[in-house]
Design a protein around this ligand. Structure first.
Ligand code: NAP
Length: 328
């Protein structure tokens, strides 16, 4: 797998990573054995970047990663975790230095690590980005060696643009996929100019871009694709990228025709993201080894043709843009 430099950290990471929300919680039942097998399949396939968060399954995702890495031994991948969502309610004051330290200590313990490669503020309120003291606290914690670097995960592009005004912010994690194309307009150029790493999350639009869903597909009660379809529990943009399910399904049929060929749609969707130089790493989630392997293999696909790129832009502009473009 090809690697890309992770912002200004001096580290290189494989361009397809592993998103480990689904092995924590919120995606229906995922057994520990499947979760560990998924992690091993990804690492065996050359993945060197894992994204997690302290709240995925209340630490289960972090602990499973630590367990898999301990069992395998050898070189540790770059592990990005997140902090902030343990607050009962999002406030700026909640991101106090004391709270940040407590969350970081807990992640260190869960991940069985001496230092965290990357801590990302986990989609805080927009107002937080106007409080430099939060970033000064992160600078202090970094100097002590508890964290090697820090970044942000954001819902809105404007939050990312503000965040990268802080020189200590090495990365921005945003939703970017065939059904979420606004980062191309301005954000990528700004991030690139500042050598900020871009982590593309929800790359399969929660599985929609695998092309496997139908109008009557059933989701488990503990799967956010059922319980958060209209934003009932958290930002609706995290579920199917905020695209109404039926709208997404009909766009997927147009995408199927546009891409043709033999490669599975999920792999083409990931390869589409890699066409953008500003992206550092794509982090598809996977609930088993088969998915993890298939996702890593997307890195081997040849570049998409300019005709396919133009068709996917047209489908976005015509079908999807009115639903998402001005919202995030
Ligand atoms: N606020 C934040 O910072 C935030 C929010 C969301 C996500 N993230 C991060 O981004 C990562 C990726 O996003 P995501 O997991 O939400 O969505 P995603 O990567 O777009 O979709 C993942 C889901 O798609 C299905 N899938 C995966 N590979 C497949 C394949 N090859 N073929 C068919 N289906 C496949 C699986 O679910 P099924 O098999 O059940 O369909 C899987 O759980 C997360 O794991 C997490 O690390 C961060």
């Amino acid at each position: 797998m090809k690697s890309r430099p992770f912002g200004a950290t001096g580290r290189l990471v494989g361009e397809i990573g592993f998103g480990s929300w689904a092995i924590g919680a919120d995606w229906g039942q995922v057994e520990d054995t499947d979760a560990i097998a998924a992690l091993n399949a990804a690492l065996d396939a050359g993945v060197t970047f894992i994204d997690t968060a302290d709240v995925y399954g209340d630490g289960r995702s972090e602990r499973l990663i630590a367990r898999a890495l301990k069992e395998r031994g050898g070189e540790r991948p770059f592990i990005a975790t997140k902090a902030g969502k343990r607050l009962p309610r999002q406030t700026v004051e909640g991101y106090s230095e004391a709270n940040l330290r407590t969350w970081i200590e807990r992640s260190l313990k869960n991940l069985d690590a001496d230092a965290l490669d990357l801590v990302q503020l986990h989609c805080p309120l927009t107002d937080l980005f106007y409080h430099p003291e939060v970033f000064e606290a992160l600078d202090r914690i970094q100097k002590e060696g508890k964290i090697r670097s820090y970044g942000v995960s954001v819902e809105r592009i404007e939050d990312g643009l503000k965040a990268i005004e802080y020189p200590g912010v090495v990365s921005v994690q945003i939703i970017f996929n065939v059904l979420r194309q606004r980062p191309i307009d301005l954000f990528f150029e700004r991030a690139k100019r500042k050598s900020v790493a871009v982590i593309a999350r929800v790359p399969l639009a929660s599985g929609l871009l695998s092309g496997k869903f139908k109008p009557d597909t059933q989701f488990e009660a503990s799967d956010h694709r059922l319980y958060n379809r209209h934003g009932e529990a958290f930002d609706v943009g995290e579920t199917f990228s905020g695209v109404p399910y039926e709208v997404g399904l009909s766009a997927v049929e147009r995408i199927r025709k546009a891409i043709g060929g033999d490669a599975p749609m999920a792999q083409v969707a990931l390869r589409w993201i890699l066409m953008f130089e500003a992206v550092t790493v794509v982090i598809p989630g996977a609930r088993n080894a088969t998915q993890a392997r298939a996702n890593a293999a997307a890195a081997d696909l040849p570049p998409l043709s300019s005709a396919v790129m133009a068709d996917l832009k047209a489908i976005y502009d015509e079908d999807i843009r009115p639903h998402v473009h001005q919202r995030w």
